[in-house]
Design a protein. Sequence first.
Length: 283
Amino acid sequence: MQFDWRALFGPALTAATALTALAAERLLFVVPKAAPIFVCTVALAGSLSGLRSSLASAALAVVSCALILSFRGAHPGDSSAHSLGHFFGYSTADLTRISILAIAVICTAVLTGLLRKRLVDTLAWERRHHVTAERLSAALDQVDIAIVLLDCDTRAEFINRAFRDYFALSDEKADSKPPFIALMYHGRDTGAYEMPEEELSAFIAERTEKMRTGDSAPININLRDGQVLRFSCTALPDGGRMLSYTPVTELVRRTDDPACADYYRSMRKNGLRNPAGHLRAAE
């Protein structure tokens, strides 16, 4: 069984304080004011080990105070110091001191013990959620769907590995929590989008506005390397956004009419609309 020095430190320090005070009473005929020290040792016991240790220290402090007061006024060689009548003969003032100390140390023990328990529980909760967040982050890095989590100020709190790969985003820039508009301009500057350069500014402005309003209508985005991503924006309860980019390259290509292959290729290149009135994949 592992030795827990924290649980014993508070009571041991209280006992040492009491012995020191008793020795001073017997040898120096003066008892130092030990009550503040007792309160401090009880608080220390509660902060180190919790409620049990602090209550044990509080009990020792009260008993020690009673012993110290029982010897008050007695001198070495005075036989009355060892009589039962003198040992238990507390005055009203002595009983008041013992009662005040008992209330003080018990309240200190309860408060520090409960505060420590709350702190320990909070740290354990944060540790569990931190582990869960790390596992979730690691799991999202394994999927081929690009995911970006934005806070209420549209800054990226999380960018998974797929997004970084699709848009050639460095880890340093991704971990710097860039705003959404910066991610869009990064895609423009690296030539990630398959669309005419003169349309990019309008495309970025439209995407940014729809993201801010929480528009969840999915659109297809063509990349320069031939991949097609289906972009979707989900509004989160805290005001943030979850952006997902699902690869649908095969789905889009297979639904094209082979007889109109040249037409669809030119449409994807020039940003036109198809005969059915649907937006091109790059919109």
